[in-house]
Every structure is written in structure tokens, then in C-alpha cells.
Design a protein around this ligand. Structure first.
Ligand SMILES: Nc1nc2c(ncn2[C@@H]2O[C@H](COP(=O)(O)OP(=O)(O)O)[C@@H](O)[C@H]2O)c(=O)[nH]1
Ligand SMILES: [Mg+2]
Length: 332
């Protein structure tokens, strides 16, 4: 059975490899799963047949996003939540999009004691994702990696992203439930508010509650949450306190995540969010594809010609772009 994986992509019979790898991944084979995620990361040619095979197997996983500034404890909270989710026996996936994450390739460098159990637990698949290399960037790679984990039967996937700007707002749009994590005494709450991150939060977490200043952070967040415009029946982000290193507050946090999941279902927001996610995904792929085609037009002669005319004032750049897009749509 392992032969299908050992053969690897690029093999003459890549369709058979793909089918074999998908089957193995579904059966819980971590190596097959890892190789499928690698295909995504590298934007490999096999990606299309993989996604076609996976499509009917997707749509079941619950995606939980965790974001926040470096050092607030995202990875530690993620690890603690993995334990909470595994308590129910379900398979759990972790995607770390934080370059500083101690999760890398299934090996855990940081927080050894808490995470070692997970590293050897076949029910937990952990993977860090690099941002470089993929044409469509993270916004294209992460949703496809999520599809792989979803199809492989992970009931919950936790996605950790470092919170510094646009990227986590994008990744937050992938999640069913987004946790924004802050730590006391870092001015995080205010920074997060400025960066617009609080707006994407479904649950706010003040981690490191064992440290001084936790209550102030809770107060700051409460003020900011109360100022946000919210309609009747909208979800009001609760503010939770945790100490991820001791595990304090983690089960309450896990309960809140469950409560949000239920609300998503009863309010119709789950479907709405997933449609929004699919829209983003399609757009990212289409844009990358168009970019590839425009860049790949024969000899770039048409673009050169258009550029000459635009530079000479014979043609406006919009009309030129229309011509280029039309040509790209005919080709490929
Ligand atoms: N005191 C305390 N330290 C914590 C807590 N959670 C995480 N840490 C520590 O904070 C540091 C950064 O944690 P990490 O999870 O890597 O943060 P990340 O960069 O947000 O992923 C590590 O040394 C953790 O052990 C907590 O609740 N209390
Ligand atoms: Mg981290």
C-alpha cells in the first residue's frame, strides 16, 4: 500500500498516485497527507487532479483561526486546544502559517512537554506552511491545504497566523471561528484595534492571564467590543482569559468555540461564511491564472505592442488592459 506514496508525484502515473495518496490520507497516513500538502505548497501540476478528487470529500471540517502578535501564546493555545479537541477522539489538523511557530513539519521545537504527546499522536496532523514559492500566495495555498486536511477526515483544523496586518485578516476570512489572542502588558489590544484585527474576532482571548495586567487588557477589550456597531442577533465576541501553559481557562475557551460553532449553524452564518470563503478562493485562483496567462502570451509581443501605444499616447491603459485580458482568455 505504501508503494503509491513512495512513487511520488511526477511519476508517469500521477493520476494513480494522487488517488492512492488521497486514499491513504483518508485512512490516516500522515506521510501521504504531508505530501498532498506539499503539492499545495509548491503549486504542483498534480494540484488540479488532487482538488478534483477531494472536492466531494470536503466541507465537513470545522476551521478555527488563531491570530495575534508574536509571542502572545498562539502556538501554546493551539496546542492546548488540540488536547481539548482530541479529548472527543476526533482527528485534528494544525496549520501554522506563523514563520516563528514551533510547529514545523510535524516536529515540535517549542513547548516540548505539552506538545510531545501530539507529535506522536496519529490522530493529530501538524504542518507549518511556508509563504514563499506559491504563485497565488497564502491566500491561495492555505484554503487548498485546508481542503486536503478536511478531505483526510480532520474534524477540526486549527490555523495559526502571526498577527501583523492584512495577512491574518485574510486568513481569518478562511476560518469558521476566529480567535484573536492578546497578552497583558503588550499594548496588544490597542494595536489589534488599530490593525483592524478586532473586527474579525469571534472570540477574544487574553492569554497569559497568570501575568500582571490581564484584567486591564480585558477591560480595554471590553470597551472596544462595546463600541463596535452590531446588529440585532449578531454574535457578540466574548472575552476569555487563559493561561495556556497551565491550561487554565482552556476548557472554557473550547466550550466557547463550540458555542460559536452552534451559533454559526443556527444563524445561517456558517453557510454564508463558507460561500464567502469559496468566493475568495475562486478569485485568488482566477487572478493567479490570468496573471500566468498574461505573462505567458507568446513572446510577450502583444504586451510590448500595447505598451508602445500606451506610452505614445495612442491608446489608454484601460483599453490596452482589456485587449490583453481578452487575448489571455482566448489562450491557455
Ligand atoms: N506565563 C505564560 N507564558 C505563556 C503562556 N502561553 C504561552 N506562554 C509562553 O510565551 C512564549 C511564546 O509562546 P508561543 O505560543 O510561541 O507564542 P506565539 O508566538 O504567539 O505562537 C513561550 O515561551 C510560551 O511558553 C501563558 O499563558 N502564560
Ligand atoms: Mg507561534
Amino acid at each position: 500500500v505504501t508503494r503509491a506514496v513512495a512513487a511520488g508525484p511526477g511519476d508517469t502515473d500521477s493520476a494513480a498516485w494522487v488517488a492512492g495518496a488521497v486514499e491513504l490520507a483518508q485512512a490516516g497516513d500522515a506521510r501521504a497527507l504531508a505530501r498532498l500538502v506539499s503539492l499545495v505548497e509548491n503549486g504542483a501540476a498534480e494540484l488540479r487532479p488532487v482538488m478534483k478528487l477531494l472536492a466531494p470529500l470536503t466541507g465537513r471540517a470545522r476551521v478555527i483561526g488563531l491570530t495575534g502578535a508574536p509571542g502572545v501564546g498562539k502556538s501554546t493555545v493551539t496546542g492546548a486546544l488540540v488536547a481539548a479537541c482530541r479529548g472527543g477522539g476526533e482527528r485534528v489538523g494544525v496549520l501554522a502559517v506563523d514563520p516563528t511557530s514551533p510547529f514545523s513539519g510535524g516536529a515540535l521545537l517549542g513547548d516540548r512537554v505539552r506538545m510531545q504527546g501530539h507529535a506522536t499522536d496519529p490522530g493529530v496532523f501538524i504542518r507549518s506552511m511556508a509563504t514563499r514559492g506559491h504563485l497565488g500566495g497564502l491566500s491561495a495555498a492555505v484554503p487548498q491545504a485546508l481542503r486536503v486536511l478536511d478531505a483526510a477526515g480532520c474534524a477540526t483544523v486549527l490555523v495559526e497566523t502571526v498577527g501583523v496586518g492584512q495577512a491574518e485578516v485574510e486568513v481569518a476570512s478562511l476560518a469558521d471561528t476566529t480567535l484573536v489572542i492578546v497578552a497583558p502588558g503588550m499594548g496588544d489590544a490597542i494595536q489589534a484595534a488599530k490593525a483592524g484585527i478586532l473586527e474579525v474576532a469571534d472570540i477574544l482571548v487574553v492569554n497569559k492571564s497568570d501575568k500582571e495586567g490581564a484584567q486591564e487588557a480585558v477591560r480595554d477589550l471590553r470597551t472596544m467590543v462595546s463600541m463596535a456597531r452590531r446588529g440585532e442577533g449578531d454574535w457578540k465576541p466574548p472575552i476569555m482569559t487563559t493561561s495556556a501553559v497551565t491550561g487554565e481557562g482552556i476548557s472554557e475557551l473550547a466550550e466557547k468555540v463550540d458555542a460559536h460553532w452552534s451559533w454559526l449553524g443556527s444563524s445561517g452564518q456558517r453557510d454564508a461564511r463558507r460561500r464567502a470563503r469559496a468566493r475568495e478562493e475562486i478569485t485568488a485562483i482566477a487572478v493567479a491564472e490570468l496573471r500566468r496567462r498574461v505573462g505567458g502570451l507568446p513572446g510577450g509581443a502583444q504586451l510590448d505592442d500595447l505598451a508602445g501605444r500606451v506610452a505614445a499616447g495612442e491608446l489608454d491603459p484601460f483599453a490596452a488592459a482589456d485587449e490583453l485580458v481578452a487575448a489571455a482568455s482566448r489562450g491557455g
